[in-house]
Design a protein around this ligand. Sequence first.
Ligand code: NAP
Length: 320
Amino acid sequence: MKAIRVHEFGEPEVMGLEEVAPLTPGPAEVVVRVHAVGVNPVDTYIRSGQYRPDLNLPYTPGFDGAGVISAVGSEVRHRHVGERVYVAWSLSGTYAEEVLCKEFQTHPLPEGISFGQGAAIGVPYGAAFRALFQRAHGVAGESVLVHGASGGVGIAAVQLARGAGLRVIGTAGTEKGEALVLAQGAHHVLNHRTEGYLGRVQELTCGKGVDVILEMLANVNLDRDLEVLAKGGRVVVIGSRGRVEIDPRTAMGKEAAILGMILFNASDRELASMHAAFGEGLANGTLRPVVGRELPLADAAEAHHAVVESSTFGKIVLIP
Ligand code: NAP
């Protein structure tokens, strides 16, 4: 079978498609024939060497994917050969024709959800769910500002928040992105490339400010976020690409909280909880992953350029 391999950290072009040995499952493991691979920004950080410099080389990138189970180990109880699944994390990396997973790293893909959509679930919906519910403890009746609502995590956050009864304000940087955010269920959309756009948050929340902010680019927005928070508000830092200066006094008066979030810290119990919610949301139609672009697996380098250099309007997916 073929897989993308990284022999040295560096630019996207260090990724090459190679022939590798076929996979055999251990007792509690399954092999999935991959039909679609989700490309996440974190894949690019790892490939460049800045995020996991301790990683053993060579390796196959990728956390997310979807496909059909092709082999199961002797102790596997809840999966069967031929079952459509999405993969959220794996033992061997998803940028490949086959992926080896622990049984619990695969989840049923409901009818009507394509493999491309299945590849758009793991990291984006996981990050959005953990930020909104496990870190900020957002509840129905509260308001949430989703920065970067036009991206993979943002789209998931808008759908999850709307489905849970929060009032949703999303941001995007283009007209196309604004339309996408509204189509996902946001009540209002703001353009983060417009000067002073956060000024509208007070008016949209009847002067109260927002209860929760999901922040995709904290180094740019965090200081101003604190100004538009409601009393007792929470900002969850999901993404940041540099340092930022804030005025802590703004947080004091509002008794606001700035919460960090890394999906990889989620416990097994928290992961089980989020995937139960995703299964139900995919089945009842409240969660609808959006695929922005599909590329052949061999074009992984182009996908890595695209995911950090341009607006994606949904998930970039690789097709083996
Ligand atoms: P993505 O699909 O590339 O989306 C990036 C988003 O950021 C787009 O919606 C983009 O909007 C928006 N953006 C650009 N400039 C912005 C600004 N000045 N203010 C607010 N938003 C802005 O990426 P993603 O997969 O959604 O990931 C988003 C971030 O979260 C990345 O930094 C990623 O590394 C991080 N992340 C963290 C975790 C974690 O565990 N902590 C997990 C997943 C992702 P336009 O294109 O419309 O301008």
